[in-house]
Design a binder for this molecule. Sequence first.
Ligand code: PLP
Length: 408
Amino acid sequence: MTASASAPASARLSARIGGIAESATLAVDAKAKALKAQGRPVIGFGAGQPDFPTPGYIVEAAREACGQRANHGYTGAAGLPELREAIAEKTRRDSGYAVEASQVLVTNGGKQAVYSAFAALCDPGDEVLLPAPYWTTYPEAITLAGGVPVQVTADESTGYLVGVEQLEAARTPRTKVLLFNSPSNPSGAVYPRDQVEAIGRWAAEHDIWVVTDEIYEHLLYDGAEAPSLPVVVPEIADRTLVLNGVAKTYAMTGWRVGWVIGPDDIIKALSNFQSHLCGNVSNVAQRAALAAVAGPLDAVHEMHAAFDARRREIVPLLGDIPGVECPTPQGAFYAYPSVKGLIGKELRGQRPQNSVELAALVLEHAEVAVVPGEAFGTPGYFRLSYALDAEDMVTGVQRMGEFLREAE
Ligand code: PLP
């Protein structure tokens, strides 16, 4: 081993890569799995993925694609033409946003779509307004692309929704982009139409780009709607990138297919970037995604019904725990309760000073894995994904509740 190889990673890595934090949600999941492997009966609320298999007809399309010679070689960087067309068609169908296939870039999952969007828009020092609580990947992708995340925080008093006044207070001459995510991971919050409109108009007025992540578009409850921002405010369409993917709607997290929709010239530039970065997204996965987006929404309706039933069960159970306050989420499959009432209380001889410490105690003593709010820019909260078996969900929350009731 050379001397430099034995130096700490921080000294060997570039600042850009060395500065990336491990995904907190994946870390919780890994810790829960490690404890389970030791035989501990851990119930994990960490994973942000549907607990359903990919529908059979989608898997079948992939199986068939494996046998086709055309799928064995490289293909165009922006995605299979049929898939780009189907995504444009699906977008017109689902959100009423009239886009052409040339405006679609197929990416390796929504995650690569997030990174590509910020790589396309950010020069060093450009500021990105980031409503918090935010999905843990956004600040990392912004920073990696050279941008500067500027957090704009909302709490449970506004249902985790930021207002135009808050955004305006955070705006500077360097503000280039606003990140918008509705329904939201981690809070499950959904922006009503009038707020989408107010935010879109404000962004248009100040020539701010919008990156809007619509990956949870079909997971809406209690009659909530999540209108697409460039549909509500058409004048901002040429300064908007829409992000989406098959992961959450069709239970396809492992297939890694997402997309960016934007103006032709941006998509062409991102296609050039992608041609050097990864060539093309796996053809077999793209064929599976084509079967998904061109097909019916029946599978998502079934999953939706299951998520909704669990949501109705988990929210009151959480709200009943002293020190825990849980607004009712209207989208996605997460509950995001405040646990601020428990910070500093005594629990089995310890006084947790933040939600990371509290989550560690819950894992150790109740054998329940939750993601602390620090991962989403807002300490004092837990994120619980209810994309898990309904019985496990109830047992897990009850176990956590019993433990937290010991706090004094
Ligand atoms: N956007 C949001 C808000 C998410 O929660 C996720 C996944 O957790 C993604 C995008 C990316 O999903 P994937 O990369 O699995 O397509």
